[in-house]
Design a protein around this ligand. Structure first.
Ligand SMILES: *Cc1c(COP(=O)(O)O)cnc(C)c1O
Length: 391
């Protein structure tokens, strides 16, 4: 087996696909210290700048002194702390859903929910660009798994029409993590009504950012239905860690009995929920943060002028610059890095072949000067990097 592992790693290297970790030595912010060097960063999903917010840090410290740091047991034994419970109620109220349930991560929420709700006689319908953990959830559920072309409502309708599954669940990222575009969720919900299906929306990148007071993509689009179940992550705009699922009370009650990744695990430490209660407050009162974020998105989109590479049509904090070739995307990322700017190069299999890209993510903590520095560096790179450059 070890020879096989070696061969795989060597092959990745020759294809320009080796993934590497950087050592972060500062809080997550617009300026970070990574591998011992200072950088202007466009890498994080900390869209509102809450990951290092003093109110959240203070709430966590206070709660740790009062409640300790460990949850000690699973939720259904004695691990469900008052802070967890308060947070579930605050999150349900924020997203205007009847009830919510906390999970330790978004990954665990998606695999737990889909595998609990779906079984052998059921069918899951997924957008081809969905996050990997939605696919893993469908796989674990043993349901028939249909994947439809990105945002293709007609293709989805044909699959639903042809299906005689007992229960049907459509799953989609609300905001696609590597493209930044928003799924046609209103059209999906209409299909749910027509074909007696349910819609599971992964709002990892919309929660906190979109909708009035950051209530998320469903509120942004004005969607409400008992056929909707949403998942929001708490390690991105919310700035901490974890995730929640929100929907009808009966769905939440069922998940408490059936979602293995909820039942057979120790919940996140209570102080994290205390920090997240402070985060919910900051999100609800975070219009100034969102205004700054959207001003920076507008600045990048209006002022970046390139000919060889192009931004995808995204209105959100995720602004992908498509390069195409793996090595050229890496060369561009490294060019920026040499000039003190970090933007990750995203390559297959995270994105389709020949669509390697820089994933520029913006935050409320970026200043106009920061975004202008990125624009200037990208425009210089297009002049300096010959097409087809190998890293
Ligand atoms: C990040 C992400 C997840 C996973 O959430 P974690 O809390 O980081 O495990 C799920 N879905 C999408 C679309 C994501 O971007």
């Amino acid at each position: 087996m070890l020879d096989f592992l070696h061969a795989d790693l060597e092959k990745r290297k020759t294809l320009g696909l080796t993934r590497q970790r950087r050592l972060l030595d500062s809080p997550q912010a617009e300026h970070i210290t990574a591998n011992g060097q200072r950088f202007l960063s466009f890498c994080s999903n900390d869209y509102l700048g809450l990951a290092n917010d003093p109110a959240l840090v203070a709430a966590l410290q206070h709660a740790a002194a009062e409640a300790g740091v460990g949850s000690g047991a699973s939720n259904l034994i004695t691990g469900h702390h008052r802070y967890h419970d308060q947070l579930e109620h605050a999150l349900a109220a924020l997203v205007r859903q009847p009830a919510a349930l906390l999970f330790s991560t978004g990954y665990m929420a998606n695999i737990g929910v889909i595998s609990a709700l779906m079984g052998r006689d059921d069918a899951v319908f997924s957008d081809k660009l969905n996050h990997a953990c939605l696919n893993d959830g469908a796989f674990l559920s043993r349901a028939t798994h249909h994947r439809f072309a990105h945002n293709d409502v007609d293709a989805l309708e044909k699959l639903l029409q042809a299906s005689n599954a007992r229960h049907k669940l459509i799953t989609a990222d609300a905001v696609f993590s590597m493209d930044g575009d928003i799924a046609p969720l209103a059209a999906y919900l209409a299909l749910c009504e027509r074909y007696d299906a349910y819609l599971y929306v992964d709002d990892a990148h919309g929660f906190g950012v979109l909708g009035p007071q950051g209530r998320g993509t469903l509120q942004h689009l004005g969607l409400k239905s008992p056929r909707l179940i949403m998942m929001g992550t708490l390690g991105k705009a919310a700035g901490v860690a974890g995730a929640f699922v929100a929907g009808e009370q009966v769905v939440i009650d069922y998940l408490i009995q059936h979602a293995n990744s909820y039942i057979y695990t120790t919940p996140a430490p209570p102080p994290l929920s205390a920090a997240l209660l402070a985060s919910v407050h900051e999100i609800e009162h975070g219009d100034a943060r969102r205004q700054q974020l959207f001003a920076m998105i507008g600045l990048l989109k209006s002022e970046l002028s390139l000919t060889r590479w192009h931004l995808l049509p995204s209105e959100t904090a995720i602004q992908p610059l498509v390069v195409g070739d793996n090595f050229e995307a890496l060369a561009l990322s490294q060019y920026l890095q040499a000039r003190g700017i970090l933007v990750p190069a995203i390559r297959p299999p995270t994105v389709p072949v020949n669509t390697a890209r820089l994933r520029i993510s913006l935050s409320a903590t970026h200043s106009e000067q920061d975004v202008r520095a990125l624009i200037a560096a990208l425009q210089a790179a297009e002049r300096d990097i010959p097409a087809g450059e190998k890293a």
